[in-house]
Design a protein around this ligand. Structure first.
Ligand SMILES: Nc1ncnc2c1ncn2[C@@H]1O[C@H](COP(=O)(O)OP(=O)(O)OP(=O)(O)O)[C@@H](O)[C@H]1O
Ligand SMILES: [Mg+2]
Length: 402
């Protein structure tokens, strides 16, 4: 009760003082106003939960005051006090939006009970509002998820259909290229232009194929296989596959995963695709002489977290929400399809995991890949094959720091 913000309005000062004093004894502090105008001034300056107002007052009466309160402060509840002979005022007040009315002389206990009920109503309305907001947010999220799912289905369907004609175009372009190389074509006036045209067609096809292959990687969702996967070994493979690009930019690839094989049950092909996408993105975002660190840690008994941290350009706040959308890319046309993270995020969901990102513009980015460790997950003794040690030995002469 002490937390209720209360305002008493009555032109009879002595009545106000008596009630306020008795409330104070109970630890309740109430604001006081001697007329409607003063009440509205107080309401302008501070939030009030419950107003207890006399109906009969000179100037603005209690009912007009209550109407103004309800119009401007709909969350505030009003209890009216009427004279003994004018219960009709109270009934009218309720019709016009008052929480309730009491007839004077009021009994303090009774009044306090009513105030508490009015406050409970406010809390209930507040809870309802929060629940409605939460539900609206959830619905919004579902719309987004469904939208992405349908875009995914549509895009993968299109990719499937496009693959065949692409193969035919590629073959035809290759054949035309071969014809142009023949002796008979030597004197052909537009030979150069044709060669240029064919090479442009081939570049275009390669780009289109990269897109369809990425999408089709995502379509293989139902063919997933689950087996014992050494995440450490998988990370080695990923580093090996991408090392050329990293070496070219003199990027240090640092392993912070421990030496032991780290076995979990998952789909190795799908997980490799995710890690390849993430490390490739990190390399693209990192300037010369930067660092990329890969971490691998158990999180409790049930999950494992792989982190890929780069010292690259970072991601702008407004882009953080969009990077998992299909076709979102900040890379120049031809450099990125904008499907890497979309596909990876969907794969993670299928693997029962999650993907999160933290980034600071100009400082770097960390992607967190969380996967469930299943029943037979265990840390086994070091195997010789495919450990970081092996990769290090293989690339001793490189900048590959492991
Ligand atoms: N490590 C990172 N640092 C900075 N930006 C990143 C990083 N990873 C992703 N991004 C941003 O997210 C965008 C989307 O990444 P995503 O992998 O989906 O597509 P992409 O790399 O542009 O193209 P591709 O489909 O070829 O992978 C990138 O264009 C880039 O702006
Ligand atoms: Mg990418």
């Amino acid at each position: 009760m002490q937390n209720i913000r209360l305002l008493l309005v009555d032109d009879e000062k002595s009545f106000l003082n008596t009630i306020a004093k008795r409330m104070k004894k109970r630890g309740i502090t109430a604001e006081q106003a001697v007329n409607g105008e003063e009440c509205l001034t107080i309401l302008e300056s501070q939030p009030i939960d419950v107003v207890v107002s006399d109906v009969k007052m000179p100037g603005m009466d209690g009912i007009s005051l209550m109407k103004q309160i309800k119009e401007n402060y709909p969350d505030t509840e009003v209890i009216l006090l009427t004279g003994h002979a004018s219960t009709q005022d109270g009934v009218e007040g309720i019709k016009a939006g008052a929480f309730d009315y009491l007839t004077k002389p009021v009994e303090l206990e009774h009044l306090l009970g009513k105030i508490q009920q009015a406050f409970d109503k406010i809390l209930y309305k507040h809870e309802k509002k929060k629940e409605a907001e939460y539900r609206a947010k959830l619905e919004q999220q579902m719309i987004v998820t469904e939208r992405l799912a349908s875009i995914g289905t549509l895009a993968t369907g299109v990719a499937h259909e496009i693959n065949n004609p692409l193969a035919i175009i590629k073959e035809a372009a290759g054949y035309m290229g071969q014809l142009l190389k023949k002796k008979e074509a030597e004197g052909f006036a537009y030979k150069k232009q044709f060669e240029l045209g064919i090479s442009k067609v081939e570049t275009g096809i390669d780009r289109a194929r990269r897109i369809t292959h990425k999408l089709l990687g995502f379509v293989k969702k139902n063919e997933s296989v689950s087996s014992d996967v050494d995440v450490n070994e998988l990370l080695c493979e990923v580093f090996e596959l991408l090392q050329r690009e990293a070496l070219y930019k003199d990027i240090q690839m640092v392993q912070d995963t421990g030496d032991l094989p780290f076995i979990i049950q998952t789909d190795p092909y799908q997980l490799r695709q995710v890690l390849l996408n993430l490390v490739a993105n990190a390399i693209h975002a990192t300037g010369a002489h930067g660092n990329i660190t890969v971490g691998l840690k158990p999180e409790g008994d049930k999950s494992v977290v792989i982190t890929i941290t780069d010292t690259g350009e970072g991601i702008a706040k407004e882009n953080l929400k969009k990077i998992f959308d299909p076709f979102f890319s900040t890379k120049s046309p031809g450099q990125g399809t904008g499907l890497g993270l979309f596909v990876s995020n969907n794969i993670m969901r299928k693997l029962g995991g999650t993907m999160d990102v933290e980034s600071r513009l100009g400082q770097g980015t960390t992607f967190f890949v969380r996967l469930p460790r299943q029943m037979n997950t265990e840390l086994r003794e070091t195997k010789q094959k495919g450990t970081w040690e092996n990769v290090k030995n293989q690339h001793n002469d490189t900048k590959f720091k492991i």
